[in-house]
Design a protein around this ligand. Structure first.
Ligand SMILES: Cc1cc2nc3c(=O)[nH]c(=O)nc-3n(C[C@H](O)[C@H](O)[C@H](O)COP(=O)(O)O)c2cc1C
Length: 452
């Protein structure tokens, strides 16, 4: 087997600055600047007819975080945990909802939080509501800010026409559900939650003019479009006040790269409101399911690696107390340090590099590696890269660290090897073909490639 290939990094620089602590407005601290960004696992139970057995984290989910929990991240964020059992991002999402409460659910979530903290990471649960980005296999009539449908070409994920939430439903179906789940996370031992306010899910369907044509107090001006998020924040803080030390953050888009989508100026104003209301942290990202942008949209950002650096530079000045994380594209220690030293961001979010190597921060901080594993995919083939990361997450779930003899890399495919990439691409074609057949037979297509 060939050795893992890494991003070339001419200058071997000290990673010391990345090991600095980050202090949040509510006085909690993260041990260093690294954050494992949210990545959906799609490995929880799916049983919509049986609330007690619907959306329970499985042993595989616990094994995955047993590994990331040993990677020396300052903060680890779960994949999206959904607050409405019928508005899922995908089959296999973990879910928290009142009708599904049980001793079993509480103990699984408590174990999940515990596994994230082996190395002292802050365990953060990402809370989401998919809204119009619920696939038709989950819900043909999901909720939306407005009834504007997301159009994609089959055999990709297909979406139904959403039902616009009434003003009353915004409280009962969204705000109350986020609050319930946040309190649940707190009671199960999580250190905080991250509201998913990015990538086209329900809350961005409110903030983005492309999906919000409401004429009530939740539509129109930017302040109105952001109202639902502020209401969620304030309502969570009533149940779990700042004095508990529980963190409340948000993942927010820096830009949507779509006609009429959120602009950088809008994003800055949204972030200004989050700072003013006391959010502990904001993670900046970009794009939607209509327009994935987990690659370089601009030549000018290539040199600084991270996709959204220029937007983060424009937004950063609004933050005084709220801690800023930037996610998307970071691969070398040099670029991470540069972003921190230039004041672009305080924290460094890692997603795909963390599935190739769950303990990347530990290796960076002890100086043994200068960069992430460099996969051999075409850099613009974002969908395949995302799917490859999904398959590595499934591989991480097969064994606990103990059963894997202490090896957090156990069974993870090496996609820096072009031969492995070739095999993976063949497997995706097979999955797409099977997906088409399943869809024609009225069954949900599988979304995770399982590689031996
Ligand atoms: C397999 C996979 C699943 C993801 N799932 C989520 C998710 O559940 N919630 C979220 O906010 N972002 C999700 N993302 C986006 C990542 O958090 C991150 O923003 C993006 O991959 C860019 O960072 P990177 O260049 O370090 O991979 C996912 C990304 C991947 C690759």
């Amino acid at each position: 087997m060939m050795a893992l290939q890494r991003f070339p990094n001419a200058a071997i620089v000290s990673s010391k600055i990345l090991g600095e602590k980050l202090k949040f407005p509510n006085r909690r601290t993260a041990a260093n600047r690294f954050m494992k960004a949210a990545m959906t696992e799609r490995l929880s139970t799916y049983d919509p007819q049986n609330p007690k057995k619907h959306g329970l984290p499985t042993k595989e989910v616990l094994n995955i975080y047993d590994k990331w929990g040993r990677g020396e991240y300052g903060m680890i964020i779960t994949g999206n945990v959904v607050v409405d059992p019928t508005n899922l991002e995908a089959i296999g999402n973990a879910i928290i909802f009142e009708e599904g409460d049980s001793e079993e659910r509480r103990s699984l979530y408590a174990q999940w939080a515990k596994n994230m903290k082996h190395d002292g990471a802050l365990a953060i649960m990402q809370l989401s509501h998919a809204g119009r980005q619920s696939s038709i296999w989950v819900n043909r009539t999901p909720f939306g800010a407005s009834d504007i449908e997301l159009k994609t070409d089959p055999p990709g994920t297909m979406y139904g026409k959403p039902i616009a939430l009434t003003t009353e439903q915004i409280k009962t179906e969204v705000v109350d559900r986020f609050v319930y789940a946040a309190k649940y996370a707190y009671e199960c031992g999580f250190d905080g939650i991250q509201i998913h306010g990015a990538h086209g899910y329900l809350l961005t369907q409110f903030t983005s003019p492309t999906t919000n044509n409401r004429t009530d107090k939740y539509g129109g001006s930017l302040e109105n479009r952001n109202r639902i998020i502020i209401e969620i924040y304030e309502a969570i803080r009533k149940e779990v006040p700042e004095s508990t030390g529980f963190l409340v953050g948000i993942k927010s888009n820096s830009k949507e790269f779509q006609e009429k989508g959120t602009t950088v100026n809008d994003a800055r104003d949204l972030c200004e409101a989050y700072e003013k209301h006391g959010f502990d942290f904001v993670e900046l990202t970009g794009g939607t399911a209509e327009k994935y942008v987990f690659a370089h949209e601009r030549e000018s950002t290539k040199i600084r690696e991270a996709f959204f650096v220029e937007f983060a530079d424009a937004i950063r000045p609004v933050f005084k107390n709220t801690v800023l994380y930037l996610t998307g594209g970071f691969r070398t220690v040099g670029a991470m340090i540069d972003a921190v030293e230039k004041g672009t961001t305080q924290g460094i979010g890692l997603a795909r590099p963390a599935t190739a190597e769950p303990d990347l921060p530990k290796k960076i901080l002890n100086g043994s590696v200068p960069s992430a594993v460099k996969d051999a995919f075409n850099p613009n083939d974002i969908i395949k890269q995302i799917m490859a990361s999904g398959s590595q997450i499934e591989q991480m779930g097969r064994k606990s660290v103990e059963d894997a003899g202490g090896d957090v890399m156990d069974q993870i495919s090496d996609y820096s090897d072009p031969k492995m990439v070739e095999l993976f691409i063949q497997a995706t074609y097979k999955l797409f073909e099977e997906g088409k057949q399943a869809a024609m037979a009225g069954k949900a297509p599988k979304t995770v490639v399982v590689m031996e």
